[in-house]
Design a binder for this molecule. Structure first.
Ligand SMILES: NC(=O)c1ccc[n+]([C@@H]2O[C@H](COP(=O)([O-])OP(=O)(O)OC[C@H]3O[C@@H](n4cnc5c(N)ncnc54)[C@H](O)[C@@H]3O)[C@@H](O)[C@H]2O)c1
Length: 383
């Protein structure tokens, strides 16, 4: 009989649903010492929270997250709120000794992230940040190839995250779901929302970034704010591109925008090594494109590996070889890995401290876009 890990979920939006699905599915496919129990959900609107609780099977509802983080019947707090609430909730949850699963980006900026890391490390509570793309089997397989030394020296890392949903100037900013367009709630625009994912994957696959040079643009300068009812300046970055050096000597090229007409969630990365190159695309997420220079000459070429065989990462837990899984499974995998680490009292990566490194790159990118200078990831100008 598995031991219970009683979850207190805060926020019931997109991620509230994705995580709940992960908690519900995990025990059906993974053998674990601990299994999640959907104990309670907190959100401000009692009626909507109750409807969410009934649909997903949460035992009870709180309308004040502070009561949830202090509750004796909760073991772990899951933070699925807009970014400006992550720090306050995490620090309070740490004081109450709760395990914490926090959505990305970790924080509004590095200074806030450092306070969060200090608080959770002082409290010694288990923690993780939901950079879930690491747990897509094709991405994890890329990590295995890299760790096995199959690429040799790495020369280039490039990543894009392209969307097109904010092109209309009539789209308001602020409030439900559109908090992403308001820097006061989001911290930044595509840098913290989309590039943070690309940066987390890049740091995991290719190691630390030393310095960056960036440009950002805000194409629509004013939008109606749903909270004030007035036209207000838009303070987020609508698009961001940056170059960087990795400490392993490779060069990085990153781009993100919500103005790439035709693209919905085109997260791609490519790594070019001396002996092997790898390419991945979220819209075709179960494939890893591999070019292996050691293949026999005439047959050498790009292979499209369908990462669905039983010996591919995570796939032995699912159906039979050849049958694909999807986006939502990355959250199931993250829950499974978190629970395994929890049982063994080991760190569950990416930890808050890991996610702080992503935050450092994001802050350096935004600082460089402002100063038009190369900036190292500690925030100081280079040279
Ligand atoms: N890992 C990923 O791929 C991924 C994808 C999307 C969003 N996110 C992150 O997840 C977080 C939430 O994003 P989302 O897309 O689910 O947003 P959302 O707008 O769909 O949901 C946000 C939820 O927070 C609740 N909320 C807001 N203020 C609150 C308060 N004071 N107390 C309690 N609840 C409150 C809202 O009612 C809503 O239920 C963000 O940090 C975002 O960056 C991560």
């Amino acid at each position: 009989m598995a031991k219970p890990l009683r979850i207190g979920m805060i926020g019931y939006g997109f991620m509230g649903r994705a995580h709940s699905n992960g908690y519900k599915r995990v025990g059906d496919f993974f053998d674990l010492e601990y299994l999640p129990v959907l104990q309670a959900v907190a959100a401000r609107d009692a009626e909507k929270a109750q409807a969410f609780a009934e649909r997903w099977g949460y035992g009870r509802v709180e309308t004040d997250w502070r009561k949830l983080v202090a509750a004796d019947d909760i073991d772990a707090i899951d933070i699925c709120t807009p970014n400006n609430l992550h720090a306050e909730i995490a620090i309070e949850a740490a004081k109450h000794g709760k395990a914490i699963l926090c959505e990305k980006p970790l924080s509004m900026d590095v200074a806030e992230g450092e306070k969060m890391v200090a608080a959770i490390e002082k409290a010694g509570v288990p923690n993780t940040v939901w950079y879930n793309y690491r747990r897509i089997p094709a991405v994890t397989y890329a990590k295995q190839l890299i760790d096995a030394g199959r690429l040799g020296r790495v020369f280039h890392y490039r990543a894009e995250f392209l969307q097109d949903w904010t092109i209309s100037a009539d789209l308001p900013q602020g409030g439900a779901a559109l908090w992403r367009l308001d820097a006061a709630a989001a911290g930044s625009g595509v840098t913290g929302d989309l590039l943070a994912h690309c940066i987390d994957t890049a740091l995991w696959l290719n190691g630390p970034v030393s310095d960056v040079t960036a440009m950002t643009e805000t194409f629509v300068k004013e939008r109606m704010h749903t909270l004030t009812g007035k036209m207000e300046p838009v303070t987020i970055d609508d698009a961001c591109s940056f170059l960087c050096h990795f400490t392993n000597g490779s060069l990085g090229l990153f781009e993100s925008t919500r103005y790439a007409r035709g693209h919905k969630a085109l997260y791609t990365f490519e790594i070019n090594g001396e002996k092997m190159s790898l390419k991945w695309d979220l819209e075709d997420l179960h494939r890893l494109e591999v070019f292996d220079y050691s293949d026999a000459g005439p047959e050498r070429g790009w292979k499209s590996v369908h990462v669905t065989d039983g010996d591919h990462p995570y796939m032995g837990h699912w159906w039979v070889p050849g049958l694909a899984i999807g986006y939502e499974h990355s959250f199931v995998h993250q829950v499974a890995d978190f629970l395994e680490a929890y049982a063994k009292k080991q760190p569950a990566h990416p930890t808050f401290r890991d996610a702080l490194e992503t935050q450092r790159v994001c802050d350096a990118v935004l600082s460089s876009a402002k100063s038009h200078q190369w900036v190292n990831v500690n925030g100081k100008p280079v040279g």
